[in-house]
Ligand binder design. Structure first.
Ligand SMILES: Cc1cc2nc3c(=O)[nH]c(=O)nc-3n(C[C@H](O)[C@H](O)[C@H](O)COP(=O)(O)OP(=O)(O)OC[C@H]3O[C@@H](n4cnc5c(N)ncnc54)[C@H](O)[C@@H]3O)c2cc1C
Length: 376
């Protein structure tokens, strides 16, 4: 019998397991994947996410993997350049550094942090169903190495992503739902020199994101409105290059650079909030709250919610509050911090955010997501 079983061991699951283990709980974290392994995702971590890595003692390790520091972000609207104000202007004393690590590196570092903190990790464990006792979730059933496995806990936490098996079983209420609005395709190039990250927006709602990442590679993503996805897929490399060619200085470098990985893409970008708790269960990360990737918030949000949820579980387990009260605080705080960013994200994904000045609201909204910098 564990205190908590966490299903999913990436940006949401690993920190949740780590923070609970650090509070002395007996935690089992499982993932059907083995690590290190990649996942469909690009890499931008907003400053609150970086601040949490620092608090958790993991930032120096990530920097030591050779992840290039990102010190500027530039938005290009045709010939108009826009640089969002540096957050250190809004919050004096905050270091102005972000990172775009490969998930292969970041996710392994996170799960190692959980293991070192005392969580038990079982990779290759696929959860197939939940165990229920009198209307309350009491554990998981799954398979590992072809063998059936059952484990029980006081709480089962679904950190199992967008297509969460845990959410499918507990059927949480969903609200503020907006169907997928965009699609994106990305790959990695070597031999490209860029400073900072760049976002290019075009009048036909197509766009380009450029992120320097590990191993001297640059991630170049293109995207557009979801309605254009099927047409795009008919010749995805040709259409990818057609968008890249709109920026001659980038196109030249890409055409003489080396493509390091096949092109990956998706149009599966729904926007929703889910009620993240019920009897014996909780949801964290994409399983509980998902927004379009366009503002690069998923990792930031997963870290924030891992912290909020682990605080709530601890308050309930130490009887500082009832479980319902603690979990309601988790849900309300998540929603309050996420909502202004959700509105900007869904407007931007829907092509309704055309005035660069509107981006000015992003800075104050993301600043509210910063943790206290006193450590954890
Ligand atoms: C194209 C694209 C680009 C993106 N770019 C960015 C970006 O630049 N910045 C950013 O912050 N976010 C970005 N995101 C979003 C980000 O990737 C997600 O928000 C983030 O990965 C969510 O973390 P998570 O831990 O909740 O879920 P996931 O990272 O999806 O992890 C879920 C884990 O659960 C495991 N799992 C699932 N089902 C089971 C099961 N039944 N049994 C056992 N294990 C299971 C999976 O194997 C997986 O390891 C992007 C997403 C996409 C699609």
């Amino acid at each position: 019998m564990y205190d908590a079983i966490v299903v999913g061991a990436r940006c949401a699951g690993a920190p949740t397991a780590m923070l609970l283990a650090r509070k002395g709980y007996r935690v089992l974290v499982v993932d059907r994947d083995t690590f290190p392994s990649d996942i469909m995702s690009t890499h931008y971590i907003h400053l609150p996410g970086i601040a949490r890595l620092k608090n958790w003692g993991l930032l120096d390790r990530l920097v030591a993997t050779g992840c290039p520091p990102i010190t500027s972000a530039t938005m290009h609207f045709g010939d108009l350049l826009f640089q969002p104000p540096s957050l250190s202007e809004l919050v004096p004393g905050i270091p102005e550094l972000t990172l775009c690590p490969r998930r292969l590196v970041l996710d392994k570092l996170l799960i190692d942090g959980a293991i070192e903190s005392g969580a038990e990790f079982r990779p290759g464990f696929s959860v197939q169903s939940l165990i229920w006792d009198n209307g309350s979730v009491a554990g998981v059933r799954g398979s590992m190495g072809g063998q059936p496995v059952e484990e029980r806990a006081r709480i089962v936490i679904g950190a199992d992503g967008l297509h969460s098996r845990v959410a499918r079983e507990v059927k949480p209420a969903e609200y503020n739902t907006i169907p997928s609005l965009t699609f994106a395709y990305y790959t990695y190039w070597s031999g490209i020199k860029v400073e900072g990250i760049h976002f290019y927006f075009f009048e036909d709602a197509r766009g380009i994101l450029v992120f320097p990442t590990h191993w001297g590679q640059t991630c170049v993503a293109v995207g557009g409105e979801r309605t254009g996805f099927h047409e795009f897929r008919k010749d995805f490399m040709g259409n990818y290059m057609e968008i890249v060619d709109r920026v001659p200085e980038l196109s030249e470098q890409i055409r003489s650079g080396k493509q390091e990985q096949r092109l990956l893409g998706t149009a599966d970008q729904p926007n929703y909030f889910r009620k993240p708790y019920g009897p014996g269960w909780a949801l964290v990360g994409d399983a509980g709250y998902h927004r379009d990737f366009i503002t690069g918030l998923g990792i930031n949000d997963a870290f924030r919610d891992a912290e909020l949820l682990s605080q709530a579980v601890n308050e309930a387990f130490t009887e500082q509050r009832s479980i319902d009260e603690a979990m309601a605080v988790y849900e309300n705080t998540r929603n309050e911090l996420a909502m202004p960013l959700y509105e900007i994200t869904t407007k931007m994904a829907g092509g309704e955010l055309t005035d660069p000045a509107e981006f000015m609201k992003f800075g104050p909204a993301i600043v509210r997501n910063l943790p206290s910098m006193n450590g954890n």
